[in-house]
Design a protein around this ligand. Structure first.
Ligand code: APR
Ligand code: PHB
Length: 389
């Protein structure tokens, strides 16, 4: 088999890249380790920047998002017992859209099927080869038989635990990491959201977030210990803990109900540099991870796919390597700003082991500054709605 771009991973990064390339007439094949059902079963954040929605539109996969997504003009920050609204639309002219990553993935899968593009699911032992030459290839096993794909380029869109980054010689790659000393315990429930906008709560018992998937489905998170296990968090305990961290008005409006999903996620910031190794590129979680505070992960996967598709288009249409040569630096410049923003939001809102005394007062001063200074509010808002790309 031969293709121009062999993509590893059918998450949002790989699927969006595949559609963007297809729109430019660049053929591609996706190899995915899991089944489509497994990929769609992963519950992740669900907040899209306008730029991400525009990319879905560009590949004809945005129709359902516009119909079912919830457009939000602002968010609320809660601390010291009261809530303060950040009007993102007033500050930046932009909004964000609540639309689950699962739905984005499904819409992209459907667009890919409709375009008749090849996706090989349940491909095991995927391995990139010779990406430091002009003739890269991918080997894999499907139904017990070994196969190979010859290609011009490899796109490693295979997430944090993928094979592409792991295939690079350690001397060629530099990584930067921060592990946070807590996790997020999240639940999904078939209940109306406590408020029509997201509420980020800084509380002495720990962070809490009220978010949603739709007008009748809520998603709530509480900061938890890294040692915690979901079994230790029956629904009743979760709702009790959430209520203790919310302001009184929110507690009065909160509708509780049985959870339909419950999971614990650790928080990490991670960046690998560069994002290009000869004829192999990394995009999305394969190259970087951000903590979920601010929901930048999916949006970064989208901007990487946009930069990479543009670079490859330039290569094929204009016979120029300028775009692919600049890809890593261009993508990383935006990545690091989102890494900074999500680290800052995380630092301001969570209880750290040293948030007693001095640290707690600094957080409150920062929050008070953010909600009372137009400049600070605008800075938060422009990062939250997404920096341009
Ligand atoms: N071979 C083939 N496929 C693989 C391999 C492999 N060796 N390793 C991983 N994959 C697949 C995974 O099964 C997954 O479907 O690559 C895909 C990577 O998808 P994601 O983890 O969703 O990563 P990405 O597409 O970069 O999307 C980033 O996901 O983690 C969230 O917050 C993050 O929202 C962001 C988004
Ligand atoms: C979510 O809806 O899951 C979500 C929203 C905003 C965040 C994180 C998660 O900052």
């Amino acid at each position: 088999m031969r293709t121009k771009v062999a993509i590893i991973g059918a998450g949002p990064a790989g699927l969006l890249l595949g559609q963007l390339l297809h729109a430019s007439g660049i053929d591609n094949i996706i190899l995915e380790r899991q089944t489509p059902e497994y990929v769609l079963g992963r519950i992740r954040a669900g907040l899209l920047e306008e730029g991400t929605v525009a990319l879905l539109d560009e590949v004809g996969a945005g129709t359902r998002a516009h119909r079912e997504g919830l457009v939000h003009d602002g968010i609320e920050l809660a601390f010291g017992g009261s809530r303060h609204r950040i009007d993102m639309k007033a500050a930046t002219g932009k909004t964000v859209m609540i639309y689950g990553q699962t739905e984005v993935t499904l819409d992209l899968m459907n667009a890919r099927n409709a375009a008749g593009l090849t996706t090989i699911y349940e491909a095991s032992d995927v391995q990139p080869h010779d990406f430091d030459t002009d003739h890269p290839r991918l080997s894999y096993v499907k139904d017990g038989a070994a196969h190979e794909i010859a290609c011009d380029f490899i796109a490693g869109c295979d997430g944090f635990h993928g094979i592409s980054r792991a295939s690079v010689t350690p001397q060629a790659i530099q990584t930067f990491e921060r592990i946070y000393p807590f996790g997020w315990l999240g639940i999904l429930s078939e209940t109306p959201p406590v408020s029509h906008e997201l509420i980020y709560n800084n509380h002495e018992r720990g962070f809490a977030l009220c978010t949603m998937r739709s007008t009748h489905r809520s998603r709530y998170y509480v900061q938890c210990s890294l040692d915690d296990h979901v079994d230790q968090w029956p629904d009743e305990r979760f709702w009790d803990e959430l209520k203790r961290r919310l302001d009184q008005k929110a507690v009065d409006h909160l509708v509780t109900g049985p959870s339909i999903e419950k999971s614990i996620a650790p928080l990490r910031s991670f960046v690998a540099e560069p994002m290009r190794f000869g004829r192999m590129f990394l995009a999305g979680d394969a190259a970087h991870i951000v903590p979920p505070t601010g929901a930048k992960g999916l949006n970064l996967a989208a901007s990487d796919a946009h930069y990479l598709a543009g670079a490859l288009r330039e290569y094929y249409d204009e016979k120029s390597s300028a775009g692919i040569d600049a890809y890593s630096a261009t993508a990383l410049a935006r990545v690091w700003k989102a890494v900074r923003f999500s680290w800052w939001m995380t630092s301001m809102l969570h209880k750290f082991p040293d948030t007693e005394g001095f640290g707690a007062r600094i957080q409150l001063a920062e929050l008070d500054y953010v909600v009372s200074s137009k400049a600070a509010m605008t800075s938060l808002a422009e990062n939250y709605v997404g920096l341009p790309f």
